[in-house]
Design a protein around this ligand. Structure first.
Ligand SMILES: [Zn+2]
Length: 160
């Protein structure tokens, strides 16, 4: 028997201006994408912006439905849009931010489990990690080196 520990290294930017300018710009676009969220039920808005290898930027925002399980997260909207509009161009970085008009979110909001799985699938597909930048409405930004690092022991196509 042996015991192992799985670690998730994070870079924490206490202030947004500590980030590289490219990341600051991407986060500002994710924040703008919040305006395109359709969240009449949860009133929880999520915006995502993905920077592609060729410099293109794709955005996503959550799209809810009265049939709750059909709701789409911002991250998966962005992943699907990138796949369709820019096939075979890898995603380098994805910035994700949130807004809750009823309660200010000051800690970085992390992708849900389904989105972590979808990000891992994209990383496997493009054979390249996606750097994740997470921020609340304000406050620190977490930089995570890959989706896989926040979904350890993930299920993937190798099992099939
Ligand atoms: Zn999600």
């Amino acid at each position: 028997m042996k015991k192992i520990t799985l670690e998730t290294p994070l870079i924490i930017y206490e202030e947004q201006h500590e980030m590289p300018e490219e990341y600051q710009h991407l986060m500002s676009i994710a924040r703008k994408a919040l305006e395109d969220a359709y969240a009449p039920y949860s009133h929880f808005y999520v915006g995502a912006a993905a920077l592609l290898q060729d410099g293109s930027i794709i955005t996503g925002a959550n799209q809810e439905n009265a049939a709750y399980p059909m709701c789409l997260c911002a991250e998966r909207v962005a992943l699907g849009t990138a796949s369709m509009q820019y096939p075979n161009i890898p995603i380098k970085v994805m910035a994700i931010t949130v807004k809750n008009p009823e309660k200010e979110v000051i800690q970085p909001a992390a992708p849900c489990g389904s989105c972590r799985q979808a990000i891992c699938e994209m990383e496997n597909r493009q054979q390249q990690s996606i750097i994740l930048l997470l921020q609340g409405e304000q406050g620190p930004v977490y930089e995570i080196s890959s989706g896989a690092s926040i979904l350890p022991l993930s299920f993937n196509g190798e099992y099939l």
